[in-house]
Design a protein around this ligand. Sequence first.
Ligand code: NAD
Length: 416
Amino acid sequence: MSDKLNPFEMAQQQIDNAASILGLEQGIHEILRWPKRVLYVNIPVKMDDGSIKVFKGYRAQHVDVLGPYKGGLRYHPEVCMDETIALSLWMTFKCGVVGLPYGGGKGGITCNPKELSLGELERLSRGYVQAIFPIIGPEKDIPAPDVYTTPQIMAWMMDEFSMLKGYYSPGVITGKPVAVGGSLGRNTATATGTVITIREALKSMGKSFREVTVAIQGYGNAGFFAAKFVHEKGAKLVAVSDSRGGILNKEGFDPYKVFEHKEKTGSVVDYPGATTITNEQLLELPVDVLIPAALEGVITKANAHNVKAKIIGEAANGPTTPEADEILYKNGVFMLPDILASAGGVIVSYFEWVQNLTNYYWTQEEVDIRLDEKMTAAFKAVLEVSKQYKVDMRTAAYLHSIKRLAEAMKLRGWAG
Ligand code: NAD
């Protein structure tokens, strides 16, 4: 991709843009541009063949002015320090947008989990917890799932942390299975949140799901559940994709059947009756709603002009570069930025943590109602800021979030 920015530089540009509009105090701006701590670890793992392989891992902690660090863990061959730092910055602003008492954190291991056995995956996950043990904990930093990490991995990590502590400590990590302190609704939360913001955007345009077509990039946790929910609400799901490519059917897909096909074959590609498309083509389809739900940096200045969707709901973190943002805004695309649209996951992670700390567990209905309240309130607040400052929704989300962070920094005497 020609203008694919280093994601850390991309996150800093987004902060700089919001800071200049707000006239942010120099000290606060400077603190927000950098992570407070980044831990780089090498994790030796005994492989099934008896050899030892060393994996690189990271945990980045950005700004903890509002509370302990919080953010996911990614297992992917392209995980690197700068990507992890960028993701930790975005987590701070995401928590600020929806009003959670957290700072931004993110972690990852450079690996291809598809090539690891279950035993190797467990030993790697436990080794990572041993390596980052000094800087995590329910009051310090609370990891969660991200790309290619699962509730089972969270369960192993919670167990390892509890063993090292000497007592059961479920509040160290969220996204756990319900049987070991997970919250009802966590698995579907990111997609639920994205779909709530799309619902509100449609409402503001006088439309409903029944009138729209949808394309989704990525068919994992965020992508599949987003597909399920828009389909249930009456939208026509015309295209989906995963790392191996995409499929298109103008008549619409049943998301469950596509899921079963992916379970059976390993990919959505070659789904019966569908036309095969590339991930790049998916982004340019003439649909009403586009949901990027895979990786960052996919909508760039090279393809933004060709995006035809009227609404983009970013379930993924960082799918759009700043240059692409400008083009989309000029073209009148209603952008639901990642730090707002993908906040459902961290909101229910927060609910899970609260349940762990109080040892009192909520019903699915309680989770659903509170998630909807938080997402809808955040959407309305960001829309209001975008009208007030006459800026796009991403900038508005940053402004809304940075105001909260700046107030706390001033009150704590950090800067300003
Ligand atoms: P996942 O591992 O469940 O799914 C990832 C999906 O992306 C898979 O379908 C995979 O095939 C696809 N993919 C990988 N590489 C791709 C490529 N190059 N092109 C197209 N598709 C590709 O991960 P997830 O949890 O659904 O995360 C997806 C995005 O959502 C990430 O950006 C993540 O940071 C973001 N997100 C996740 C959560 C969460 O709670 N899981 C919360 C907020 C944001």
